[in-house]
Design a binder for this molecule. Structure first.
Ligand SMILES: *[C@@H]1O[C@H](CO)[C@@H](O)[C@H](O)[C@H]1NC(C)=O
Ligand SMILES: *[C@@H]1O[C@H](CO)[C@@H](O)[C@H](O)[C@H]1NC(C)=O
Ligand SMILES: *[C@@H]1O[C@H](CO)[C@@H](O)[C@H](O)[C@H]1NC(C)=O
Ligand SMILES: *[C@@H]1O[C@H](CO)[C@@H](O)[C@H](O)[C@H]1NC(C)=O
Ligand SMILES: *[C@@H]1O[C@H](CO)[C@@H](O)[C@H](O)[C@H]1NC(C)=O
Ligand SMILES: *[C@@H]1O[C@H](CO)[C@@H](O)[C@H](O)[C@H]1NC(C)=O
Length: 623
């Protein structure tokens, strides 16, 4: 018996800790350029470094994930948020140093306090993943989202081994953009692991929920939203000669989606024809007479412009300082990284390996998740690439917890931040959606304090208010001393356990007439626009798609030749039957009403990378 025990004990020890991770203090971050200029209360407790994963499904795995953990000194928050940026292949240092982390990087490449950081409200851990992203290294690039999810579960197992106290904080996964794929996949993998007898994660782990900002969740619905968004925001001229081409592309995408068995697609998650709509529409926003840095619309914030063909790639503007900061020897040393470590915001290799030949879009996973946890989706309304029209359409069609979309009677209610109406919120059956006004693809970048208000809504840490006879919710919540209140581990609100949905109550007493009227106005406007569009194109039928088809060869020999050649071949493919062309416009209209669909690609910077390459082939001649 004793012999058996002696044999078993080392085995148990090995399985609990397969890899020597050292101890927590080996990961302490003690200094950073500029840190000494911050006040004591602004200086967070930090841990950072690489964790070897030794993934069980990869032979001789050398993957190491980089994490950077922040918590408020001498404060015990009840919650821990793991944050992932998108891509695929974009580093979560974007989140840490440009969005919701405790620092921003100034032009001297030193840290400055980021007013509004989420670290005031919760511990936050930024993770570069999958391998090859940011500081995380690997020679085994993952090819499926299911692998990415399993990889993250292994990372978490290692992490909790190093930070055992964090197991007892409420676990939230947050992310942005392509993390709209990562987050649901990872949540599913965590749930499965916790239910499994042979799981890697500690069973005490309490999975609280998720927040996804400007998520790339339903590539189908979302890629079909571009044209409508460009038209609604008047970013392109509906009388432009490019319009028939764009409509054609839209139809091609809709066709692919309708007959998803059709054209062989490399990925389950993307159709290149759908992807093309955004690239093309952006190209048509180009104004060659404008200053160089104002030539086309920024795809992450339509109120901004950028150089062509970047169209947003050079944004956010602090990227060069962040990059220089993360390349400083002193910073690498402080973060426990090798002096040869190199960082770039986005890795194209990660995206090119993540082909997702099997993985389905994460929208298919959401309903299962919503049965078990609350999820907040939020959307900055200035974003194009993951715009709010697409997200809202996706929700309208989503079947979850016994119904489709938000049911009648569930209304948007206004959200006030310090008495300013910063967005509107709707919530039902564990799904909360927030449209955030005047915000880009990276909501926390535009306004970090307001973005922390999203976390407050998620934490139930808001007040019901009425301003100008409009009732809504307000964040942050102040105490008698006018200090902002946060949820500590001993907060009485936690005694009742987590609530299934943070705003259900407020939603019930919401429904302000003003907002109803506003929505109605928008719908009427949109309908008028569509009717006008329809009339315009049906009246000018001879000039539209069919006619252009025959003209194109002679007409466009200039710089866009390649693009139009593509279009032409599309036309030839699609329009063998001439009668079909008469219905193109009405089909477009119905497709703008959004029908079925299938996928497109990444966003954030991953689509960027693609876009860049693709647009470069047209744009380089300009240089
Ligand atoms: C990595 O995992 C394998 C089994 O999957 C194991 O044999 C090996 O010892 C592990 N490596 C380290 C360094 O723990
Ligand atoms: C796609 O299918 C919907 C019905 O599901 C239909 O209304 C629409 O016209 C179709 N679009 C195209 C381009 O075939
Ligand atoms: C919402 O999630 C909770 C867990 O937080 C779960 O118990 C509940 O059943 C879910 N609600 C619905 C309507 O499914
Ligand atoms: C923010 O958005 C709202 C609603 O879209 C608008 O009324 C308001 O003028 C905007 N504020 C700023 C500062 O742009
Ligand atoms: C609010 O409603 C009350 C009663 O309906 C009305 O007297 C008052 O003028 C309203 N205030 C505003 C700002 O609309
Ligand atoms: C409010 O903030 C002030 C200044 O930071 C601090 O001295 C005071 O203790 C705070 N009050 C409460 C109730 O936390």
């Amino acid at each position: 018996m004793l012999k058996l025990l002696c044999l078993l004990l080392p085995l148990v020890a090995v399985s609990a800790s397969p890899i020597d991770l050292g101890s927590q203090k080996d990961y302490l971050v003690l200094d950073l350029p500029g840190l000494s200029h911050l006040s004591e209360t602004q200086r967070p407790t930090m841990h950072a470094g690489l964790l070897p994963l030794n993934l069980s499904f990869v032979a001789d795995d050398d993957t190491e994930y980089f994490f950077w953990r922040f918590s408020k000194q001498d404060v015990d928050r009840a919650d821990i948020v793991f944050w992932l940026n998108g891509g695929p292949g974009c580093s979560s240092m974007d989140g840490a140093l440009m969005e919701l982390g405790p620092f921003v990087i100034n032009p001297k490449q030193e840290v400055e306090y980021n007013e509004g950081t989420w670290v005031e409200a919760a511990d936050v851990v930024f993770v570069d993943q999958p391998g090859g992203t940011g500081f995380s290294s690997t020679t085994n690039y993952l090819t499926e989202l299911t692998e990415v999810a399993d990889g993250f579960v292994t990372f978490l197992a290692r992490y909790f081994h190093l930070f055992p106290a964090d197991v007892y904080k409420k676990f939230t996964l947050g992310g942005e953009s392509y993390a709209g794929q990562y987050v649901p996949y990872i949540l599913k993998a965590i749930m499965d692991d916790l239910k499994s007898d042979s799981g890697q994660l500690p069973k005490e782990l309490y999975l609280k929920g998720a927040l996804i900002g400007n998520g790339w969740i339903d590539p189908n619905e979302q890629s079909l939203s571009y044209l409508e968004f460009f038209i609604k925001k008047e970013l392109i001229d509906i009388h432009g000669s490019y319009m028939p081409g764009l409509l054609q592309q839209q139809e091609k995408c809709q066709n692919l989606i309708n007959h998803s068995s059709g054209e062989a697609s490399e990925s389950q998650i993307s159709y290149s024809a759908c992807e093309k709509i955004l690239n093309d529409a952006l190209r048509f926003t180009r104004d060659k007479k404008a200053p160089l840095d104002q030539q086309c619309i920024n795809m992450y914030d339509y109120t901004l412009r950028d150089t062509y063909p970047s169209c947003g790639m050079s944004w956010p503007p602090y990227l060069p300082d962040v990059t220089a900061f993360l390349q400083k020897k002193s910073v690498l040393e402080a973060l426990h990284l090798d002096s040869s470590a190199s960082w770039s915001e986005c890795s194209a290799r990660v995206g090119s390996h993540l082909k997702n030949k099997i993985s389905v879009p994460s929208v298919d996973i959401l309903p299962d998740l919503l049965q078990e946890i609350p999820i907040i989706l939020f959307n900055g309304d200035h974003d194009i690439i993951c715009n709010c029209i697409g997200t809202e359409r996706m929700i309208d069609k989503l079947e979850f917890n016994g119904d489709q979309g938000f049911t009648e009677g569930t209304e948007y209610i206004p959200w006030f931040y310090n008495e300013v109406n910063v967005g509107k919120v709707i919530s039902e059956r564990n799904l909360t959606y927030v449209r955030v006004y005047n915000s880009s693809h990276m909501v926390p970048f535009d306004n970090t304090p307001v973005s922390r208000g999203l976390l407050d809504i998620y934490f139930d840490n808001f007040e019901d208010v009425e301003y100008n006879n409009v009732s809504g919710i307000a964040t942050p919540v102040y105490d008698v001393d006018k200090n902002i209140t946060y949820i500590d581990s001993n907060d009485p609100r936690l005694q009742n356990g987590p609530k299934s949905s943070s705003t259900d109550d407020s939603a019930a007493h919401g429904n302000p007439f003003f907002y109803y009227v506003f929505e109605l106005f928008v719908i009427v406007l949109l309908l008028c626009g569509l009717v006008y569009l329809y009339q315009y194109y049906s009246n000018s039928a001879p000039h539209s798609i069919l006619a252009d088809k025959h003209k194109k060869k002679s007409k466009n020999k200039s710089k866009n030749v390649r693009f139009l050649d593509d279009l032409e071949s599309n036309l030839d493919l699609d329009n063998t039957d001439d009668k079909k062309d008469n219905s193109v416009m009405s089909k477009l209209l119905s497709s703008m009403g959004y029908q079925a669909q299938e996928p497109y690609k990444p966003l954030d910077k991953g689509a960027n990378a693609d876009l860049d390459i693709e647009m470069d082939s047209h744009g380089t001649s300009e240089k």
